[in-house]
Design a protein around this ligand. Structure first.
Ligand SMILES: *[C@@H]1O[C@H](CO)[C@@H](O)[C@H](O)[C@H]1NC(C)=O
Ligand SMILES: *[C@@H]1O[C@H](CO)[C@@H](O)[C@H](O)[C@H]1NC(C)=O
Ligand SMILES: *[C@@H]1O[C@H](CO)[C@@H](O)[C@H](O)[C@H]1NC(C)=O
Ligand SMILES: *[C@@H]1O[C@H](CO)[C@@H](O)[C@H](O)[C@H]1NC(C)=O
Ligand SMILES: *[C@@H]1O[C@H](CO)[C@@H](O)[C@H](O)[C@H]1NC(C)=O
Ligand SMILES: *[C@@H]1O[C@H](CO)[C@@H](O)[C@H](O)[C@H]1NC(C)=O
Length: 314
């Protein structure tokens, strides 16, 4: 309830700060608007830990982890996988492998944050920061070298803009000064490649580190742009990758005309993962967009080769 209230408050603040007529911020992206990083309806792990273990169930370390990428649609993917009867999901982002102060607490601390599951179920957690954190692949490998990993990616330029947008709203909320996208991304006429959001979109460089510890067939890449347009197609691929019986069906999704996005129907309940109009993206200068596209082009090509799979990114 506290989370829900906080969330409502947050939206209110945003609404006041940004009337939708604001000409600079009129485009919204499905990956941000429907599926924010805050799960306002889920049971939290804190709640889990106060419950007694249901008969025959126990907490398991995850057999699968959604490792990223930030702003790629990780929350949407997790919530949609939660439809599957053989999957249980951790409600919060655990940050076990990427934050040293958590990692030192050890694997039992980690396991205790997982929900109860039965023997026929697998446990999944998602922490979007894992993909870009240098120490994470080795640590996950040490826990389970045969683990199956899920990685959801979207167009790298779109991801940068979405990353910027999230930070932008956080700063507004905290009454900190904000800068226009172009002023951060362009420095002295050239692309500011030191910008963190740009570095996070260099998928080839990050993937290279993961492939030192895991084989390609242990990492399934979900097309984030496609998950929004055609959720069932992407989820069926994940079911096959996880060797789960096909249980997610088309009637688990319905298109909400008002929102313009898919919502989830499961266990007789309907849920759209967000109750607001969401966060509009800035409309970015075309020249700057082109600079970003061309910067990422080589990296994307290298990534496609590395993973033997291509995507229709710019
Ligand atoms: C909003 O974004 C979508 C997809 O990124 C694009 O097709 C559309 O033209 C954009 N609309 C505006 C008003 O910029
Ligand atoms: C939280 O979990 C409990 C036990 O699994 C369940 O009975 C309850 O409906 C859940 N609450 C929500 C809001 O999902
Ligand atoms: C390691 O991951 C694999 C693949 O998900 C799973 O089958 C196996 O049970 C896991 N091992 C442990 C100890 O969790
Ligand atoms: C569809 O979206 C609108 C606008 O967000 C919302 O008010 C409504 O409850 C949704 N309807 C369903 C059936 O999910
Ligand atoms: C976009 O930025 C370039 C410089 O990077 C500038 O020359 C151009 O006028 C800008 N275009 C618009 C429409 O603001
Ligand atoms: C690359 O993908 C193709 C088609 O998807 C497949 O036939 C081939 O075996 C793959 N190669 C490797 C090295 O995984």
């Amino acid at each position: 309830m506290a989370i829900l209230l906080l969330f409502a408050l947050l939206l209110l603040t945003q609404g006041q700060a940004f009337p939708t007529e604001n000409p600079v911020l009129k485009n919204a992206s499905a990956l941000d608007t429907v599926y924010p990083e805050i799960a306002e309806y889920s049971n939290t792990s804190e709640q889990y830990s106060t419950q007694a273990s249901p008969l025959g169930s126990s907490r398991q370390i995850p057999q699968t982890i959604i490792v990223g990428v930030r702003k790629g649609g990780t929350r949407a993917l997790l919530e949609m996988l939660d439809i599957h009867p053989n999957i249980v999901v951790a409600a919060t982002e655990v940050h076990f492998f990427d934050w040293d102060e958590n990692y030192v607490k050890g694997i039992e601390w980690y396991r205790n944050l997982m929900p109860f599951s039965y023997e026929n179920q697998i446990t999944i957690e998602k922490t979007p920061g894992y993909f870009t954190a240098p120490q994470t692949p080795e640590r996950i490998h040490e826990m389970n070298s045969s683990i199956k990993l899920l990685l959801i990616l979207r167009d790298p330029t779109e991801r940068v803009i979405s990353d910027y947008t999230q930070v932008y709203y956080n700063r507004l909320e905290n009454r900190k000064p904000v800068q226009a996208f172009e002023d951060i991304v362009i420095k002295n006429g050239a692309l500011n490649t030191k910008y963190k959001a740009i570095q996070r979109s260099l998928y080839d460089l990050h993937m290279e580190r993961w492939l030192k510890y895991f084989t390609l067939d242990q990492i399934h890449i979900v097309d984030g742009n496609n998950l929004i347009k055609s959720p069932l197609t992407e989820l069926q691929k994940v079911e096959r990758f996880l060797d789960l019986p096909p249980r997610i069906v088309s009637s688990n999704f319905y298109f909400n005309q008002t929102k313009g996005f898919y919502c989830i129907r499961s266990d007789g309940k309907e849920r759209c993962l967000h109750e607001s109009k969401g966060r509009p993206h800035p409309v970015v200068n075309e020249t700057v967009l082109e600079q970003l596209y061309s910067y990422f082009r080589e990296h994307n090509k290298r990534f496609y080769n590395m993973v033997n799979q291509s995507f229709d990114w710019h």
